[in-house]
Write a protein of this length. Structure first.
Length: 705
């Protein structure tokens, strides 16, 4: 006799369970979306918006498959999940959706298994031979009894009864068919009895109520499971309008150092323009050692204010406030006053110190020292920052350093700050950011982080994957039609759309692009419209932008002359050339049109002029469609033929539709797929047009030109 036990032991030895797992698992789950790096990082979504989950699920042979989606909040190792059925579509695609009700970390799991009961049901309705049907009924009874063994007491009784009926009807059918065959069809009564028995058996096996009841207790022993993580953020993460100002330059009187009270008086100005995030550069004490003078001068006069990013002095460090700005209580009052106007205060997080920061004396091991014993100041050759010490993240005391830096974020959250703009995060370890953001958001899921990382694409993407809610981009340096089209197609239609939320800035205190140095109003208009409509998140550094500050520190520099980074500035907000009214109009357009509040629908349109760029955004739920056209030439009128094409399905048909320019309030009657457009930059460098598919009446064209 062969030793089958020994053979099984040999097979177990040869088949590595770590590679194969359980060989009885036959379902395959592939191409899961949303997914980032195979689930290594969380995809990002917004609270209260449906999350569409898709996967390709299949198995060998012809057996039926069942797939469900489990989802829930991730709380430590425990996940309380809900379950929804996934729906099969052609080509083995399965879909389901769920709506996360709160911000936080979520996890969803796709569970797929061979559904023997559904396979049995599908084959049951196709069976014709009575003997075949009787045998199938006995098999179905086995599945029903197995389900009863997993069911609640009440359902177990019903399923067992169904199994009994299947077996009884099968026996009755077999007996009637046998009797009919024995009389070779001569007995009409026997034939009628057989037909009746067969019909009863078919009805019993096709009992939809019992089949549905059995499905509740499916055998999932051999199910395949694939999980992915999801970061669900507040609405502000996906749609926001940022305004940056230096509190010390907010005073109404020239030469006076501004304060939080001055910023509070500026809040209505910011709110009226339609901004909902007010970003403040560092508000902490500023170092005196190696303090920079105006225009980054190495020598400062006694009354020079220095750079806010040189954090720390005798008055304190990252958890303290520059006394000239006010008190901690006044800062909290500012946060609350802003919130009453619908504005969140965003605070700068710069993990670096001035030479006289308390950390330098208390924790010298946190800094890198040169051979002569001095601390290595920050450098990015040819730039040197003698007034700034970077932390040494390779210090043996790195755990204490990490915990202290997290405590800074925790401190400002306790003061009511929910948004942080992080300075140069790419110069700190990526593992640190993954740990810090996860730790902060576990306790405070409403907190958002903006990564100010103007660096190579790979580090920028990694920071976004690690948890940064929004990211600065290369928009400032993408100026031609080809550059803008390629870059934003990549951001909004490529794999980055699952985790990288762009935040577009035409200027920052560090960056005055050469285009803006022209001081041409059409350039400022074009860059503003592009930023506000290409991305759902954008910001400006003001008042420098709306007042079209354009003088560089020297030819070829992107630094502002007399930059606020090193000195006080006084701004005349009532200057007639201010872009204030245009900014206000654009922000209201953004709020009124859901199409402009997300990025995934962005599609560029063909237009036969390289100086004109056109693109569409749409919102499926509301039917809102917005077309933006921008003249990239600030000097000359440009015209061309615009083709809506596949970017606007339904608008290229024969019926007319309305194109309403929301900037000028002009209305146009358009029909067909091609349309002539012309933009004079001295009058209107851009159009932001709402396209309406259905017209109420001819009155909609009262403003038609």
């Amino acid at each position: 006799m062969p030793d089958h036990g020994a053979a099984h032991e040999a097979a177990d030895h040869l088949i590595d369970a770590r590679v194969v797992g359980d060989g009885r698992v036959r379902a395959v789950i592939d191409a899961i979306a949303p997914s980032v790096d195979g689930g290594r990082f969380a995809a990002k979504r917004i609270v209260a918006e449906p999350v569409e989950v898709e996967a390709r699920c299949f198995t060998d042979g012809h057996d039926a498959l069942r797939v469900v989606l489990q989802w829930g909040r991730a709380a430590g190792a425990e996940i309380e999940f809900a379950e929804v059925e996934m729906i099969a579509e052609p080509n083995d695609v399965w879909r389901a959706r769920f709506t996360p009700p709160d911000p936080g970390s979520y996890r969803f799991t796709i569970v797929a298994w061979v559904d023997r009961l559904e396979t049995w049901r599908r084959e049951w309705v196709r069976r014709e031979d009575p003997d075949d049907l009787c045998m199938a009924a006995r098999i179905g009874a086995e599945w029903a009894r197995a389900a009863a063994g997993r069911a609640t007491e009440a359902d177990a009784e019903l399923l067992s009864d169904w199994a009994d009926r299947l077996e009884a009807d099968a026996a009755a059918t077999a007996a009637s068919v046998a009797a009919t065959r024995a009389t070779r069809g001569s007995g009409a009564t026997d034939a009628t009895d057989a037909a009746t028995a067969l019909a009863n058996l078919r009805r019993t096996g096709a009992d939809a109520g019992m089949l549905d009841r059995a499905r509740r207790y499916a055998d999932r022993r051999f199910a395949t499971r694939e999980s992915r993580c999801l970061r669900v953020d507040p609405r502000r993460a996906a749609f926001s309008s940022w305004y940056e100002l230096f509190p010390r330059s907010a005073a109404a009187q020239p030469g006076r150092h501004g304060s939080f009270r001055d910023v509070a008086l500026r809040l209505p100005y910011v709110a009226e323009m339609g901004f909902d995030v007010l970003y403040l550069p560092p508000i902490h004490p500023i170092g005196r050692i190696n303090r920079k003078g105006p225009n980054n001068a190495l020598t400062a006069a006694p009354d020079d204010v220095g750079s806010p990013w040189a954090i720390g002095a005798a008055e304190g460090g990252h958890k303290d406030i520059l006394p000239a700005l006010g008190t901690l209580e006044e800062f909290r009052d500012l946060v609350q006053a802003a919130r009453r106007l619908g504005i969140d205060i965003a605070l700068d997080i710069a993990f670096q110190t001035a030479p006289d920061h308390p950390y330098a004396a208390l924790h010298p091991a946190w800094f890198r020292h040169r051979p002569d014993g001095s601390v290595q100041y920050a450098e990015n050759p040819p730039k040197r920052y003698q007034d700034i010490y970077p932390f040494d993240f390779e210090t043996d005391d790195w755990r204490a350093l990490w915990l202290e830096l997290k405590s800074i974020v925790d401190f400002w959250i306790a003061q009511g700050v929910w948004i942080f703009r992080v300075d140069n995060p790419h110069t700190k370890p990526f593992a640190f950011w993954e740990w810090l953001i996860d730790a902060v958001q576990r306790a405070h899921p409403e907190v958002l982080f903006l990564a100010e990382a103007f660096t190579r694409p790979a580090p920028m993407r990694r920071l976004a994957k690690l948890g940064f809610s929004q990211s600065y981009t290369y928009f400032t340096w993408r100026t031609t039609k080809a550059e803008l089209t390629a870059y934003f197609t990549e951001l909004c239609q490529g794999e980055q759309r699952e985790y990288f939320r762009p935040n577009l800035w035409p200027n920052t205190p560090d960056i005055l692009h050469e285009l803006l140095q022209s001081n041409l109003r059409p350039v400022y208009v074009a860059r503003l419209v592009l930023a506000a409509t290409l991305s759902a998140n954008y910001g400006i550094y003001g008042p420098a932008f709306e007042l079209m500050e354009s003088a560089p520190r020297e030819p070829g520099s992107e630094e502002y002359r007399d930059s606020e980074k090193y000195q006080l500035r006084h701004w005349d907000l009532e200057r007639p050339e201010s872009l204030r009214s245009l900014i206000t109009r654009l922000n209201h357009i953004r709020r009124d049109n859901p199409a402009l509040q997300s990025d995934g629908s962005l599609r560029f349109c063909r237009i036969d002029n390289d100086q004109l760029i056109a693109y569409l955004k749409s919102d499926v739920d509301t039917g809102n469609v917005v077309l933006t056209i921008v003249n990239l030439d600030p000097h000359n009128t440009q015209s061309g033929w615009l083709e809506l094409g596949d970017a606007a399905p339904g608008l290229a048909a024969a019926e007319p539709f309305q194109a309403h320019d929301l900037l000028s309030d002009q209305r146009f009657r358009w029909q067909g797929p091609r349309h002539f457009v012309q933009l004079d930059p001295t009058r209107a460098a851009a159009q932001v047009m709402r396209l309406r598919r259905h017209l109420r009446s001819e009155r909609d064209f009262d403003y038609f030109l």
